[in-house]
Design a protein around this ligand. Structure first.
Ligand code: E4P
Length: 217
Protein backbone atom coordinates (compact mmCIF):
# COMPACT_ATOMS: atom_id res chain seq x y z
CA UNK A 1 0.00 0.00 0.00
CA UNK A 2 1.26 3.44 -0.88
CA UNK A 3 1.29 6.27 1.66
CA UNK A 4 0.23 9.78 0.86
CA UNK A 5 0.58 12.38 3.59
CA UNK A 6 -2.49 14.49 4.27
CA UNK A 7 -1.06 17.89 5.06
CA UNK A 8 0.14 21.24 3.75
CA UNK A 9 3.03 21.46 6.24
CA UNK A 10 6.32 21.37 4.33
CA UNK A 11 8.50 20.42 7.33
CA UNK A 12 6.42 17.29 7.97
CA UNK A 13 6.42 16.33 4.29
CA UNK A 14 10.20 16.73 4.12
CA UNK A 15 10.86 14.67 7.23
CA UNK A 16 8.63 11.82 6.06
CA UNK A 17 10.07 11.96 2.55
CA UNK A 18 13.58 11.57 4.01
CA UNK A 19 12.42 8.31 5.59
CA UNK A 20 11.06 7.16 2.23
CA UNK A 21 7.55 7.04 3.60
CA UNK A 22 5.81 9.29 1.11
CA UNK A 23 4.39 8.32 -2.27
CA UNK A 24 2.36 11.51 -2.67
CA UNK A 25 0.55 14.29 -0.81
CA UNK A 26 -3.08 15.30 -0.42
CA UNK A 27 -4.27 18.76 0.52
CA UNK A 28 -7.73 20.25 0.89
CA UNK A 29 -9.04 23.78 1.53
CA UNK A 30 -9.14 23.17 5.30
CA UNK A 31 -5.49 22.05 5.37
CA UNK A 32 -4.48 25.10 3.29
CA UNK A 33 -6.38 27.35 5.71
CA UNK A 34 -4.65 25.64 8.66
CA UNK A 35 -1.22 26.25 7.09
CA UNK A 36 -2.02 29.97 6.84
CA UNK A 37 -0.11 30.04 3.54
CA UNK A 38 -0.81 31.05 -0.05
CA UNK A 39 -2.41 28.08 -1.85
CA UNK A 40 -0.33 28.17 -5.03
CA UNK A 41 2.90 28.87 -3.21
CA UNK A 42 2.53 26.01 -0.76
CA UNK A 43 1.37 23.53 -3.43
CA UNK A 44 4.35 24.50 -5.61
CA UNK A 45 6.68 23.79 -2.68
CA UNK A 46 5.00 20.46 -2.00
CA UNK A 47 5.47 19.46 -5.66
CA UNK A 48 9.21 19.94 -5.20
CA UNK A 49 9.27 17.62 -2.16
CA UNK A 50 7.79 14.59 -3.93
CA UNK A 51 7.57 13.17 -7.43
CA UNK A 52 4.31 11.46 -6.45
CA UNK A 53 0.83 12.88 -7.04
CA UNK A 54 0.00 16.07 -5.14
CA UNK A 55 -3.75 16.61 -4.81
CA UNK A 56 -4.90 20.22 -5.05
CA UNK A 57 -8.63 20.83 -4.67
CA UNK A 58 -10.83 23.05 -6.82
CA UNK A 59 -13.34 25.33 -5.13
CA UNK A 60 -15.73 26.02 -8.02
CA UNK A 61 -18.99 24.09 -7.78
CA UNK A 62 -19.85 23.92 -11.49
CA UNK A 63 -18.04 21.69 -14.00
CA UNK A 64 -16.77 24.47 -16.33
CA UNK A 65 -15.43 26.37 -13.30
CA UNK A 66 -13.81 23.21 -11.89
CA UNK A 67 -12.17 22.50 -15.26
CA UNK A 68 -10.86 26.06 -15.49
CA UNK A 69 -9.52 25.98 -11.92
CA UNK A 70 -8.15 22.47 -12.44
CA UNK A 71 -6.21 23.51 -15.54
CA UNK A 72 -4.78 26.45 -13.68
CA UNK A 73 -3.73 24.19 -10.77
CA UNK A 74 -2.11 21.77 -13.23
CA UNK A 75 0.30 24.53 -14.21
CA UNK A 76 1.79 24.51 -10.70
CA UNK A 77 3.59 21.19 -11.14
CA UNK A 78 3.74 18.15 -13.40
CA UNK A 79 2.61 15.89 -10.54
CA UNK A 80 -0.63 17.71 -9.68
CA UNK A 81 -3.78 15.62 -9.27
CA UNK A 82 -6.85 17.83 -9.50
CA UNK A 83 -9.20 17.11 -6.61
CA UNK A 84 -12.91 17.46 -7.35
CA UNK A 85 -15.91 16.77 -5.11
CA UNK A 86 -18.17 13.78 -5.66
CA UNK A 87 -21.05 15.62 -7.30
CA UNK A 88 -22.49 15.36 -10.80
CA UNK A 89 -20.56 18.53 -11.71
CA UNK A 90 -17.43 17.03 -10.18
CA UNK A 91 -17.86 13.88 -12.27
CA UNK A 92 -18.26 15.95 -15.45
CA UNK A 93 -15.04 17.78 -14.62
CA UNK A 94 -13.37 14.46 -13.81
CA UNK A 95 -14.35 13.01 -17.18
CA UNK A 96 -13.10 16.10 -19.03
CA UNK A 97 -9.76 16.34 -17.19
CA UNK A 98 -8.90 12.63 -17.22
CA UNK A 99 -9.94 12.56 -20.89
CA UNK A 100 -7.11 15.01 -21.49
CA UNK A 101 -4.69 12.76 -19.62
CA UNK A 102 -4.65 14.56 -16.27
CA UNK A 103 -4.83 12.92 -12.84
CA UNK A 104 -8.06 13.49 -10.92
CA UNK A 105 -8.79 12.60 -7.29
CA UNK A 106 -12.53 12.42 -6.63
CA UNK A 107 -13.00 13.35 -3.00
CA UNK A 108 -15.72 13.29 -0.32
CA UNK A 109 -16.88 9.76 -1.15
CA UNK A 110 -19.25 8.29 1.42
CA UNK A 111 -20.87 5.30 -0.28
CA UNK A 112 -20.12 2.55 -2.78
CA UNK A 113 -22.41 3.85 -5.52
CA UNK A 114 -20.57 7.18 -5.47
CA UNK A 115 -17.30 5.27 -5.88
CA UNK A 116 -18.74 3.30 -8.81
CA UNK A 117 -19.75 6.53 -10.54
CA UNK A 118 -16.32 8.08 -9.99
CA UNK A 119 -14.64 5.06 -11.58
CA UNK A 120 -17.02 5.23 -14.54
CA UNK A 121 -16.10 8.92 -14.91
CA UNK A 122 -12.48 7.83 -15.27
CA UNK A 123 -11.20 8.95 -11.85
CA UNK A 124 -7.53 8.26 -11.19
CA UNK A 125 -8.23 8.16 -7.44
CA UNK A 126 -11.31 7.79 -5.25
CA UNK A 127 -11.16 9.08 -1.68
CA UNK A 128 -13.60 7.42 0.75
CA UNK A 129 -13.57 9.34 4.05
CA UNK A 130 -13.28 6.70 6.77
CA UNK A 131 -13.04 8.92 9.85
CA UNK A 132 -16.00 11.09 8.93
CA UNK A 133 -18.15 7.98 8.41
CA UNK A 134 -17.02 6.56 11.76
CA UNK A 135 -17.90 9.92 13.36
CA UNK A 136 -21.43 9.38 12.09
CA UNK A 137 -21.74 5.83 13.37
CA UNK A 138 -21.12 4.15 9.99
CA UNK A 139 -18.26 1.69 9.54
CA UNK A 140 -15.88 3.37 7.10
CA UNK A 141 -13.90 0.18 6.68
CA UNK A 142 -16.95 -1.64 5.37
CA UNK A 143 -17.15 1.01 2.64
CA UNK A 144 -13.57 0.49 1.45
CA UNK A 145 -14.15 -3.28 1.36
CA UNK A 146 -17.23 -2.73 -0.82
CA UNK A 147 -15.35 -0.38 -3.15
CA UNK A 148 -12.45 -2.84 -3.45
CA UNK A 149 -14.89 -5.61 -4.42
CA UNK A 150 -16.79 -3.47 -6.94
CA UNK A 151 -13.61 -2.21 -8.62
CA UNK A 152 -12.21 -5.75 -8.78
CA UNK A 153 -15.51 -7.13 -10.14
CA UNK A 154 -15.35 -4.80 -13.13
CA UNK A 155 -11.63 -4.24 -13.50
CA UNK A 156 -11.67 -0.51 -12.76
CA UNK A 157 -8.15 0.80 -12.30
CA UNK A 158 -9.18 3.81 -10.19
CA UNK A 159 -6.95 3.70 -7.12
CA UNK A 160 -8.64 3.65 -3.71
CA UNK A 161 -7.26 6.19 -1.25
CA UNK A 162 -8.29 5.54 2.36
CA UNK A 163 -8.88 9.15 3.45
CA UNK A 164 -9.95 10.91 6.65
CA UNK A 165 -7.63 8.55 8.50
CA UNK A 166 -7.74 9.15 12.26
CA UNK A 167 -6.19 6.08 13.86
CA UNK A 168 -3.37 3.59 13.36
CA UNK A 169 -6.03 0.89 13.00
CA UNK A 170 -7.52 2.75 10.02
CA UNK A 171 -4.13 2.31 8.34
CA UNK A 172 -3.88 -1.40 9.19
CA UNK A 173 -7.42 -2.23 8.10
CA UNK A 174 -7.09 -0.15 4.92
CA UNK A 175 -4.06 -2.26 4.01
CA UNK A 176 -5.92 -5.48 4.87
CA UNK A 177 -8.90 -4.36 2.78
CA UNK A 178 -6.62 -3.84 -0.22
CA UNK A 179 -6.70 -0.04 -0.47
CA UNK A 180 -4.09 1.09 -2.98
CA UNK A 181 -3.18 4.12 -0.88
CA UNK A 182 -3.82 5.58 2.57
CA UNK A 183 -3.52 9.33 2.97
CA UNK A 184 -2.45 9.84 6.54
CA UNK A 185 -1.91 12.90 8.74
CA UNK A 186 1.81 13.29 9.64
CA UNK A 187 1.35 12.58 13.37
CA UNK A 188 -0.37 9.26 12.66
CA UNK A 189 2.16 8.31 9.97
CA UNK A 190 5.02 8.95 12.41
CA UNK A 191 3.29 7.02 15.19
CA UNK A 192 3.02 3.87 13.04
CA UNK A 193 6.68 3.10 13.76
CA UNK A 194 6.22 3.09 17.52
CA UNK A 195 5.97 0.06 19.80
CA UNK A 196 6.79 0.03 23.54
CA UNK A 197 8.65 -3.28 23.20
CA UNK A 198 10.89 -1.72 20.52
CA UNK A 199 11.78 1.10 22.95
CA UNK A 200 12.29 -1.38 25.81
CA UNK A 201 14.47 -3.57 23.59
CA UNK A 202 16.68 -0.63 22.58
CA UNK A 203 17.05 0.38 26.22
CA UNK A 204 18.15 -3.14 27.19
CA UNK A 205 20.59 -3.50 24.28
CA UNK A 206 22.13 -0.11 25.12
CA UNK A 207 22.57 -1.04 28.77
CA UNK A 208 24.22 -4.38 27.87
CA UNK A 209 26.40 -2.75 25.18
CA UNK A 210 27.68 -0.24 27.74
CA UNK A 211 28.84 -3.14 29.94
CA UNK A 212 31.10 -4.37 27.12
CA UNK A 213 33.02 -1.06 27.13
CA UNK A 214 33.24 -1.29 23.32
CA UNK A 215 32.57 1.25 20.56
CA UNK A 216 31.66 0.60 16.93
CA UNK A 217 33.40 3.75 15.71
C1 E4P B 1 -8.32 13.58 1.94
O1 E4P B 1 -7.85 13.80 0.82
C2 E4P B 1 -8.75 14.63 2.86
O2 E4P B 1 -7.88 15.73 2.73
C3 E4P B 1 -8.67 14.22 4.31
O3 E4P B 1 -8.29 12.88 4.47
C4 E4P B 1 -9.85 14.64 5.12
O4 E4P B 1 -9.67 14.22 6.46
P1 E4P B 1 -10.52 14.80 7.68
O5 E4P B 1 -11.85 14.15 7.66
O6 E4P B 1 -9.73 14.43 8.88
O7 E4P B 1 -10.63 16.30 7.46
Amino acid sequence: MKFFVDTAEIADIRELAEAGLIDGVTTNPSLIAKSGRDFREVVAEICKETDGPVSAEVTALDAPGMIREGKSLLEIGKNIAVKVPLTLEGLKACRALTGEGHMVNVTLCFNANQALLAAKAGASFISPFLGRLDDNGIDGMELVEEIRQIYDNFGFDTEIIAASVRTINHVKYAALAGCDIATVPPAILKSLVKHPLTDKGIEQFMADWKKTGQKIL
